[in-house]
Design a protein around this ligand. Structure first.
Ligand code: GTP
Ligand code: MG
Length: 577
């Protein structure tokens, strides 16, 4: 059904409409190619939707497990330093000076309340040597906490650099760490020639860059140095959108303080003879232990953490956390501990994103659309979260015919013994070997999927049904709430229980309006050659006419599904004539 839908769907080209009947296969192929060349998420690899076995094998080789990619990034971060360099305008002199301590493998500059550089050395010894030669600053009328970290400042020494302002230094060397403003994005997208191209351009503009990912791992590594004062064997792992492939420049940095790797756990005691064990403090629950650890680490971050400001300890939340801003990177950080289910959700989202390039593209487009209309918000409240929205996109893709991605139950059935994972009685098992996952042939274009996404949720029975990616099928709602999205691993929980009916109604109204707008894009030509007038996806990012948007009058429209059916019919008739 979906494939024939597209067979008559018109690709929007500037100034003309082109009916694509025979180019479906190439379309998907080109999308994959484009993505492979531009995609820079944590794993950076993509798979082709069509089942070509030779290239499937190649793709499987390129796709890597999230934990393997993460281990590499962590090691890279440990060989890196972050330097505030407000005192030099010569990159050459800067590098010459830093090369005294060892080989520099990579470096880049960026702006965030001043100019900073990330410098990666080839070996950790070089970092140790650099730190050995760094001085503790003397400040007038104040005292410093002598906590040494890999965040340093470059001093203006006459022999090292000629003095210049940070602004002079910026320019072409600086790597952007934030996404373009929405108005600029709308203009950029309006110049594209098809909605598919707009979706690719949006993904390129918003996805995390290689440099931004490095910076995220470096901040985790700097935090680890603080936590290591108490727990030398700890690891701080990023999770959520920083690593699941769906992160947008400027998204928060979710971190997990992992103490599972501490040696001495699960050491078998000898049956006879003497042996020693640690004498340790205990508390009456794991939650209480987590709270006290986060409380102490939070205090250290607040009092000793260079560049860490606005520290809040939110220890009574369902998932206790320490929230702060890391000023040198510009990241809003959430540090949690004992949050293994969220790590599994991250792995699952990463896997789905790697299975087909259309998954990431659709998630980016929908997240961006939702942000533009205030469907999601950085402020906690009754809004739909990005996580819930991503699960809604995954569910929609599972409901295509044939499905674009498999159900979570199917992924669990494919799992091998090494994939088995049970966390607090929740079955979190799913396959990690990509080569075991066979994907159905569904060649729907992005333009079609975007339109179908809005249509799907414009008419979804939210009042009765729950969204369930484990089964890949809507289920009866187990409780009376406006929006029910089953937590994929803690299956008795609803990940969207915060959402109220006002927010849900707005979401549905925006979906309806968006179908209508895409319908206009499919039947009209873009206005003018200059592409100045927003159309297609760009038009969807502008304020829309829905209830709750002040000063706008709602136009009456027939139900979205009716409109889309008539659009399809008209396209079919046109194509046959
Ligand atoms: P942005 O930060 O908005 O870009 O997206 P995000 O996916 O990182 O979301 P967020 O920072 O809110 O949460 C981080 C991660 O925690 C998510 O990716 C999920 O893995 C997990 N998570 C968030 N909300 C929930 C929830 O309600 N239930 C469960 N089980 N996990 C959640
Ligand atoms: Mg996040």
């Amino acid at each position: 059904m979906a494939a024939s839908w597209f067979a008559v769907f018109r690709l929007r080209m500037r100034g003309k409409s082109v009916v694509v009947r025979h180019q479906v296969q190439n379309q998907v192929h080109n999308q994959v190619h484009n993505h492979t060349s531009v995609g820079t998420h944590v794993g950076a690899s993509h798979v082709q939707a069509a089942p070509d076995h030779h290239s499937d094998e190649k793709e499987n080789e390129r796709r890597r497990l999230l934990h393997v990619v993460q281990a590499e990034r962590r090691e890279q971060a440990e060989r890196s330093v972050l330097i505030s360099c407000h005192a030099t305008n010569s990159e050459k002199k800067f590098l010459k000076h830093l090369s005294k301590y060892g080989d520099i493998k990579k470096h880049f500059f960026y702006q965030s309340f001043g100019l900073y550089a990330v410098v990666e050395y080839s070996s950790q010894e070089s970092v140790a040597s650099l730190l050995e030669h760094a001085a503790i600053p003397t400040v007038n009328h104040e005292s410093v906490v002598p906590f040494k970290s890999r965040l340093l400042s470059l001093r203006s020494l006459a022999s090292v650099a000629s003095v210049g302002s940070a602004d002079q230094q910026s320019g072409q060397h600086c790597q952007p760490q934030t996404s373009p403003p929405i108005s600029e994005l709308i203009q950029r997208l309006s110049r594209e020639e098809s909605i598919d191209q707009q979706i690719t351009a949006l993904t390129e503009a918003y996805q995390l860059t290689e440099e931004n990912i490095r910076l995220r791992f470096l901040v985790c590594s700097l935090l680890k140095d603080i936590a290591a004062a108490y727990f030398p064997e700890c690891t701080i792992r990023p999770f959520g959108s920083s690593v699941n492939g769906f992160g947008k420049l400027g998204c928060d940095l979710d971190m997990f303080l992992d103490l599972d790797g501490i040696s001495g756990r699960n050491v078998k005691m000898h049956r006879s003879g003497l042996s020693l064990e640690y004498h340790m403090k205990s508390a009456n629950s794991e939650r209480a232990v987590t709270q006290s650890i986060l409380s102490v680490i939070g205090e250290c971050v607040d009092k000793f953490g260079p560049g860490c400001v606005g520290v809040q300890k939110i220890l009574n939340a369902r998932c206790p956390l320490v929230r702060f801003a890391h000023q040198p990177s510009g990241f809003q950080c959430d540090l949690t501990a004992n949050n293994r289910v969220a790590m599994k959700s991250t792995e699952l989202l990463y896997l789905y994103g790697e299975l087909d390039p259309r998954v990431r593209s659709l998630v980016f487009s929908v997240r961006c659309w939702a942000q533009a209309h205030g469907v999601t918000s950085r402020i906690p409240g009754a809004w739909i979260t990005n996580f819930s929205l991503t699960v809604m996109v995954l569910f929609f893709l599972q409901r295509r015919s044939p499905p674009i991605i498999p159900t979570l139950d199917h992924l669990r059935d494919l799992a091998g013994p090494a994939d088995k994972s049970v966390i607090e009685d929740n079955d979190c098992t799913f396959v990690s070997d990509f080569s075991k996952i066979h994907i159905h042939r569904n060649t729907a274009a992005m333009e079609q999927l975007l339109c179908e996404f809005f249509d799907f949720y414009a008419s979804f029975a939210f009042n009765k049904m729950s969204i369930n990616i484990r089964k890949g099928k809507e289920q009866n709602k187990p409780e009376v709430v406006p929006l029910h999205i089953q937590n994929p691993f803690e299956t008795s929980l609803n990940i969207s229980k915060n959402v109220n009916s006002t927010q849900l109604d707005r979401f549905v109204a925006l979906c309806r309006e968006s179908v209508w707008l895409l319908q206009q894009s499919a039947t009209n030509s873009p206005n003018g050659e200059s592409g100045a007038t927003p159309w297609g996806l760009a038009a969807l990012l502008q304020p829309l006419q829905v209830p709750g948007n002040k000063g706008r009058k709602r136009r009456s429209r027939e139900p979205a599904s009716e409109r889309i059916k008539s659009l399809l019919e008209s396209l079919k008739i046109k194509n046959q004539s």
